[in-house]
Write a protein that binds this ligand. Structure first.
Ligand code: FAD
Length: 334
């Protein structure tokens, strides 16, 4: 492999029904920094049907070039078609860094492309940089239960690929009217040769809980004791227009479904505000919420580990303070 042939920073731009998913724009912000350091182009990779017009948004968010494949066969995400299309683009244009959002489809595609073009992939990175002396991409992520940051290098293969969780990177401010180069490509796959067909998409109506994309999360731990305590937390969440999260113990007590669980075996969240109520702060919980912008913990135990992971701590009985907070926020916000 001739590494010198590989240049440029690419970002996979996910879209759903033609709407750009935010994480793609966030990665254009992060990718812009990397591309500027390396003095190369930042490129968006946009696949779908009737999506070509969205390229102008990508230029405004920092892309110098956008590679588009606009084809009915790409209307709905399928690993097979997207992997083939992206794999062909990688082989033809040879990027050195390739970033994907760590959404369900982004993770699926990134790992499929890694096997298709035989390169490495770092999952769930939270920090991106480049070592200019060695021209190496440095993708860092929490490891060992969040106790250390591991920086992963891909020294012998290209492109160097990483997935990044939504809301970890900041979107750049759009520059209205900024222009770039649109490169249209086609896909060589025929529908009749595909192994998978999407017959129907059924939305899970139970899954109104979208923790990963929530701006505010009010989370309940075993300290809320029972359904009555859960209701109290829901009321606070309602006033704050927040999503309700939970520790594993609350899920295991049958008070709420697993879709509410935050932590190692639940969702990893990065809201602007995380209020932890009656949660002790076990490492398996903390790894899932420690990157929240502002963390406030309420706990009766002044030595609870959650206070070490919090910006503000309130030593109090949840059953006293939460209804008061709900009442005060209601006065201010409603
Ligand atoms: P507890 O640890 O029992 O804490 C309850 C807290 O409430 C205490 O700190 C107490 O002081 C406080 N409290 C009590 N009464 C009140 C009151 N009236 N007002 C205010 N505070 C009060 N856990 C997760 O959350 N998510 C995961 O994804 C996860 N994955 C795991 C994976 C593995 C492999 C393992 C082994 C464990 C995992 N766990 C996970 C479990 C984790 O180790 C803890 O057991 C769990 O997080 C504890 O939940 P908790 O904080 O609600 O309960």
């Amino acid at each position: 492999m001739n590494m010198e042939e590989y240049r440029g920073v690419w970002v996979f731009i996910e879209q759903r029904n033609g709407e750009l998913v935010d994480v793609g724009l966030e990665l254009l912000g992060a990718g812009r920094d990397l591309a500027d350091k390396l003095e190369v182009d930042l490129c968006g990779i946009l696949l779908g049907h009737n999506v070509k017009d969205r390229a102008k948004d990508l230029f405004e968010y920092g892309a110098d070039k956008v590679y588009v494949i606009d084809d009915p066969i790409l209307e709905l995400y399928r690993t097979e078609t997207y992997m083939k299309a992206v794999g062909d683009l990688v082989r033809k244009y040879k990027p050195e860094i390739f970033l994907y959002g760590a959404t369900a489809n982004g993770k699926d595609l990134a790992s499929a492309v890694a096997t298709e073009v035989m390169t490495g992939l770092t999952a769930d990175t939270t920090l991106l940089d480049v070592n200019l002396d060695k021209r190496l991409f440095e993708a860092s992520r929490p490891a060992f239960g969040g106790n250390i940051m591991a920086t992963i290098l891909c020294k012998k293969h290209r492109p160097q690929m990483a997935t990044v969780r939504p809301k970890v990177m900041k979107k750049a401010d759009p520059q209205p009217g900024r222009e770039g180069e649109l490169i249209e490509e086609s896909i060589s796959v025929q529908e009749e040769n595909l192994k998978t067909k999407v017959i129907d998409i059924v939305r899970d109506t139970n899954k109104a809980v979208n923790l990963e994309e929530a701006d505010i999360i009010v989370a309940a731990g075993k300290g809320i004791k029972d359904e009555k305590g859960w209701k109290m937390v829901e009321e606070l969440a309602d006033v704050l227009n927040a999503t309700v999260g939970a520790s594993r113990d609350v899920v295991e007590m049958g008070i709420c479904g697993h879709e509410h669980q935050v932590g190692q075996t639940g969702a990893t969240v990065t809201p602007k505000l995380y209020i932890a109520i009656g949660i002790s702060g076990a490492v398996q919980h903390v790894v899932g919420m420690q990157n929240s912008e502002l963390i406030i913990a309420i706990n009766t135990d002044p030595d609870a580990a959650i206070f070490n992971a919090s910006h503000y701590g309130v030593v109090a009985d949840a059953f006293e303070i939460v209804p008061l907070l709900t009442e005060e926020f209601r006065k201010v916000l409603q």
